[in-house]
Design a protein around this ligand. Structure first.
Ligand code: GLN
Length: 497
């Protein structure tokens, strides 16, 4: 039987389901068939830690019933969505990619999951990630690495690599991930999909297991800018259960679609095109900048002078916060408990021994930089660097620049096992951490290929400028798609289900 909804957009699925032209249960069945096919054979994709197609199908039936009773159209009616496994879900485990939480079932749904359900979306499973969202390759998951759908020998990026892979492989049209320093944008770039990290606070973090709370955001993936934007719009907005989500109206992101970029000023920060940037990445990004110019944008070379300080500051601050966030996994409050320990120390040690190497490294680093002797030298300086990085962006946006355009990553997806040194690994986040430190919205979209692998371009704008970023990205996406289909009849970087 042909399944027309495989690789359909969320936008098409929702209008077809709302109109009663397509059954939501069949959309779920199609997603399940693709997931099974991708996980069979010698190189399983392993995008999911757990799947819940059964419960999703039950919800699909309830949804169909509701729609038949002439309920109002829903923003994501019948859209299968994958959710990173660090968001709490009452009907599926929430492991955070960790042995510690292997058997954990939260008693509640995260704010985002509640909104997804209210919008008619069907959560079909929980996606793989680096343990507690710490990493850039999804190789630090206790449940094994996810593969890149474009090349089974390569990583999908991380930490939200499972979500990016599930979207790129055509299992779901869109997915939710967490982005603390790039974990939505970097895997989006590596997997050739769109990823949006919104302004800090735009989406509720209630029920998202904390990594570094002053940096943690909830982001979205889609195969198109429109889908990533539709999903973001559906989950955004004030949540009284998250005190960092401000009470402000959710921006209309649909309004931003199908428009032009005439007269907008795009800054190209020279620090993001250093010597040593992968030549193919540079070429694809320069070509995209040329496209923006051709579309009528004013392109200006600019400088963000404190860029170099972003990555070290990010690691000091995120590890400091992680050492505090992860203290709750002690076998008493949260985390697997060793049976019959003979002392409290044995109880703690038994649980905390279950952390993987990378999580342990971050806890040690974070505890060190917060210790009385080192706090001034490391933590205070990192906070100062964070303010400088934010100041760079503030000055630039005050000078009339609407958004900046950069490569999302300095290189395309690397091979599984290729990078073992944590410092070398973190270099793939060099271009994404600054927006996180400054709390600004940023969007990654596919802009071409290098060595046959996807390349992402990143737009960063002032706080709450999501509509502007979506507008620019959507215009650029249309121009690049037209170019690709003119050049060849095969769409770029397609993965067949
Ligand atoms: N890759 C970065 C890190 O390892 C960022 C992770 C994230 O955004 N969750 O910390």
């Amino acid at each position: 039987m042909s399944r027309p909804y495989v690789r359909s957009t969320a936008a098409d699925i929702t209008s077809a389901v709302n109109a009663g032209h397509v059954r939501a249960v069949e959309v779920v069945a199609a997603a399940e068939a693709v997931q099974r096919a991708r996980d069979e054979g010698p190189t399983p994709l392993r995008a999911f830690v757990s799947v819940g197609f059964g419960p999703a199908a039950d919800r699909a039936l309830e949804l169909e019933e509701g729609l038949r009773e002439a309920g109002p159209p829903l923003a994501l009616a019948g859209v299968p969505v994958a959710v990173n496994d660090n968001f709490s879900t009452a009907d599926l485990p929430t492991t955070c990619g960790s042995r510690l939480l292997e058997a954990y079932r939260p008693p509640f749904d995260a704010g985002v999951v509640r909104r997804l359900r209210a919008a008619g979306a069907l959560v079909v499973g929980k996606t793989n990630l680096d343990e507690f969202a710490m990493g850039s390759s999804t190789e630090h998951s206790a449940f094994g690495p996810t593969r890149n759908p474009h090349d089974a020998g390569r990583v999908p990026g991380g930490s939200s690599g499972g979500s990016a892979a599930a979207v790129a492989a055509g299992i779901v049209p869109c997915a939710v991930g967490s982005d603390t320093g790039g974990s939505v944008r970097q895997p989006a770039a590596f997997c050739g999909v769109v990823g949006i990290k919104p302004t800090y606070g735009m989406v509720s973090r209630y029920g998202l297991v904390a990594f570094a709370p002053s940096l943690d955001t909830v982001g979205t993936f889609g195969r198109t800018v429109q889908d990533a934007a539709l999903l973001l719009e559906a989950i955004a907005g004030h949540d009284p259960l998250d005190s960092t989500s401000p009470e402000r109206a959710v921006a209309d992101l649909r309004e931003a679609l199908g428009r032009d970029v005439q007269g907008m000023t795009i800054g190209i920060p020279r620090e993001y095109f250093p010597a040593g940037l992968h030549a193919g990445v540079e070429a694809a990004c320069r070509a995209a900048i040329g496209r923006l110019k051709a579309l009528g944008a004013r392109v200006r070379e600019v400088s963000l002078p404190h860029t170099e300080r972003a990555l070290p500051a990010f690691h000091v601050l995120s590890s400091a916060e992680a050492s505090s966030s992860l203290a709750r996994f002690d076998g008493v409050r949260f985390g697997a408990r060793v049976p019959s320990p003979d002392s409290v120390d044995a109880l703690w040690e038994g649980t905390r021994a279950l952390f993987g190497r990378e999580a342990k490294r971050r806890i040690l680093l974070g505890t060190f930089v917060l210790s009385a002797r080192h706090r001034e030298h490391h933590h205070a300086r990192a906070l100062a660097a964070r303010a400088k990085v934010a100041g760079d962006f503030a000055r630039l946006f005050a000078s009339g620049v609407d958004a900046v355009f950069t490569p999302t990553t300095p290189m395309p997806a690397f091979r599984l096992g290729e990078i073992t040194d944590p410092y070398a690994m973190s270099l793939s986040d060099a271009f994404t951490v600054a927006a996180s430190l400054a709390g600004l919205p940023a969007l990654s979209l596919p802009v071409g290929t290098a060595d046959g692998l996807p390349v992402g371009g990143q737009l960063v704008g002032p706080a709450w400028s999501e509509p502007r970023l979506v507008r620019i990205a959507d215009a650029l996406e249309r121009a690049l798609t037209a170019e690709t289909s003119a050049a060849s009849s095969a769409p770029a970087a397609v993965v067949t289900a």
